[in-house]
Design a protein around this ligand. Structure first.
Ligand SMILES: [Zn+2]
Ligand SMILES: [Zn+2]
Length: 266
């Protein structure tokens, strides 16, 4: 499995997961044209997209979703509530529902979902597994990590996790108190500290890749996020890769190793 961060942050989020010549997008929070431009820059063939999994309908996660799905004739994979919110203003396209009790299969990917605490219609965290047993979890725009989220993200080989804000930088950001409360509250976003604590709980020997996502431009810095989270991961003897997602351009593809490759290369 290969993961390409196409971009992540408050201006847009999109990730491409590749396996056996097929591509699954997780979120499409840029215009359809911009997602395609970033895929091309990253060397990912957009004609191989088999589905677009959407966490929730906010523009920074879904602005290009229905247009891309309709243009490439692939389904949107999301909760029913997100789908309804998307088609209220979007283009016609196919839909594959995914929920707590049901998964969706597209190409080599099985997509699963877990509800998140966030101020959207029916937001979810997304899990992706392949036939070879490689497993990735993507969770951002998490107001707070619930027990269900902890359960859902356990034993993944790759975690894309939100590290939205540094608590001190949020307090000095100049945002009005009500906005600060929304960002830090149960319907908002995880801080670096929250992400560090959650990763400490989720760490296991098979966790090879952690991608920190959705960093706030105004209330966080890559240095603050890395420092807080690397310290927590070092405490659990994490030996994998810690990657900070960029907002403005796609990054080099990351190879996600499953249980077999990890034991071969150990
Ligand atoms: Zn959101
Ligand atoms: Zn967001």
């Amino acid at each position: 499995m290969r993961l390409t961060v196409l971009g992540s942050g408050s201006k847009g989020n999109a990730f491409a997961v590749e396996c056996d010549g097929a591509v699954l997008l997780i979120d499409a929070g840029f215009s359809a044209k911009e997602v395609e431009r970033r895929l091309e820059l990253a060397g990912v063939d957009s004609s191989t997209i088999v589905g677009i999994a959407i966490t929730h309908e906010h523009g920074d996660h879904a602005s290009g979703a229905t247009r891309l799905a309709s243009r490439h004739d692939v389904p949107i994979i999301s909760s029913l509530g997100t789908w309804r919110a998307l088609i209220a203003s979007g283009e016609r396209c196919d839909f594959l529902p995914v929920g707590t009790a049901s998964t969706a299969s597209v190409g080599p990917f099985t997509v699963s979902a877990c509800p998140t605490s966030h101020d959207a219609a029916e937001p979810i965290a997304i899990g992706v597994t392949t036939a070879s047993g490689i497993s990735l979890g993507a969770a951002y725009d998490l107001g707070r990590p619930t027990q269900a989220i902890r359960w859902f993200l356990r034993n993944r080989h790759c975690l894309i996790l939100e590290a939205n804000h540094d608590e001190a930088l949020l307090r000095t950001s100049g945002y009005p108190a009500v906005v600060q409360q929304r960002i830090a509250g149960p319907g908002g976003h995880l801080s670096n500290f929250d992400a560090a604590r959650l990763l400490g709980e989720l760490h296991h020997d098979g966790l090879g890749t952690v991608v920190l996502a959705h960093l706030s431009l105004r209330c966080n810095s890559p240095e603050a996020a890395r420092e807080t989270i690397a310290a927590a991961l070092a405490e659990c003897q994490f030996r994998g890769e810690l990657i900070l997602a960029l907002q403005d351009r796609p990054m080099d593809a990351i190879t996600i190793k499953g249980p077999l490759q990890q034991s071969l290369f150990a």
